[in-house]
Design a protein. Structure first.
Length: 354
């Protein structure tokens, strides 16, 4: 009889999509009448009180272990030696080839994560993916039983009280492109710069691009700064870095279009944030992006700069297209209802744990 399902998380952080998901999963498990604690490799100070060190986990009869997989971690190696039945929740692991040229040590970690994902397959009773794209990778890695449950996300948190003074400050005298995501090579902010440069030369106007998000690669961030200057876009591009919740909401409200040229996304929550704030989306259809969009955006088969620039121009100048995208976004957002997806998770887990 199953008495407990404890989660194992390599790194637990606040204001983090996986961290918030883990807390929602814990709520589901406890709602099923199970004991459920969060065991971590490390945790930020603000949330450390919610966790326990993974090596303190004792062997108990009736206990399952649920691993939140998103990178390489010593926890995965440790988990392979544990006798308890195992579950995997897969958030995707960025291909090392996208990161290694910029941050070799991160590339090594990502390679380890992919290897560990394969090694865990024979020992895993059920693997849950947050997208169909991720599920296809689980199947390719040898997992026998898989299911898709979207990331557990409380979209009400998108209703952050924005700072009116910040919205006023961010208003511009021309159209504003927005991208929200870590400054990282897989996010391909450099391709946004190319598209912006082409747009300004082709269509004119005082168009701006704001890149919001902390850096995951100093080398890549530094290269982006140099590239902005090389393309003579210093007056058009703002590297905003990490911002507060209120500032983030203000960025969405002050922008005219959300544009993504990312090469790899396992889900991409900022797409849903843009939908929530009524911001039309233009996105390169890589990895899980088409699935998350679900038709609620202009999904491009290529990110060739002239194609991206033309798509953005259409959204900026055709009110019918813009209004249709905004309406589709509102409708698509309803598919990620938190209560419904928590029930979906419980339904997926119940027959396995019984």
């Amino acid at each position: 009889m199953t008495r407990a399902v404890h989660q194992l998380v390599p790194s637990f952080a606040p204001r983090n999509a996986i961290g918030n998901h883990v807390l929602q999963v814990q709520d589901v498990l406890r709602g099923m009448g199970l004991d459920s604690d969060i065991y971590v490799g490390d945790a930020w100070r603000e949330v450390a009180h919610l966790t326990k060190p993974y090596r303190d986990l004792e062997e108990l009869h009736g206990t399952w272990l649920l691993y939140q997989a998103s990178t390489g971690s010593p926890i995965a190696e440790w988990l392979l030696g544990r006798p308890e039945p195992k579950l995997v929740n897969y958030h995707n692991i960025t291909p090392a080839s996208l990161f290694a040229p910029w941050e070799p040590h991160v590339g090594v970690e990502l390679q380890a994560g992919r290897r560990q994902l394969v090694e865990l397959a024979p020992a895993t009773e059920l693997a849950i993916a947050v997208s169909g794209y991720n599920e296809s990778e689980l199947v390719a890695a040898g997992y026998r039983k898989t299911a898709v449950v979207p990331i557990l996300l409380d979209t009400a948190t998108f209703d952050r009280a924005d700072d009116p003074s910040a919205v006023d400050r961010l208003r511009a005298d021309g159209p504003v492109w927005l991208f929200v995501g870590r400054m990282a090579p897989n996010k391909a902010q450099h391709d946004l710069l190319k598209a912006l440069s082409v747009h300004r030369r082709t269509y004119g106007g005082n168009v701006r691009l704001r890149l919001v998000g902390g850096s995951s690669s100093h080398a890549y961030s530094s290269a982006i700064e140099r590239y902005v200057s090389a393309l003579q876009l210093d007056d058009a591009v703002e590297l905003c870095g990490e911002v507060s919740d209120a500032e983030l909401a203000a960025h969405y409200r002050a922008a005219d279009v959300f544009v993504s040229t990312s090469d790899h996304e396992g889900f991409c929550i900022p797409l849903l944030e843009a939908m929530h704030h009524g911001l039309p989306i233009v996105a390169y259809g890589s990895s899980a992006v088409p699935e998350t969009l679900g038709g609620a955006g202009l999904c491009l088969p290529t990110k060739e700069p002239t194609t991206v620039a033309a798509a953005v121009q259409r959204v900026l100048t055709d009110a019918t297209v813009r209004d249709a995208l905004v309406a589709a976004g509102k409708q698509r957002l309803a598919d990620f209802d938190l209560a419904a997806n928590k029930r979906r998770l419980a339904d997926v887990l119940t027959p396995v744990l019984s």
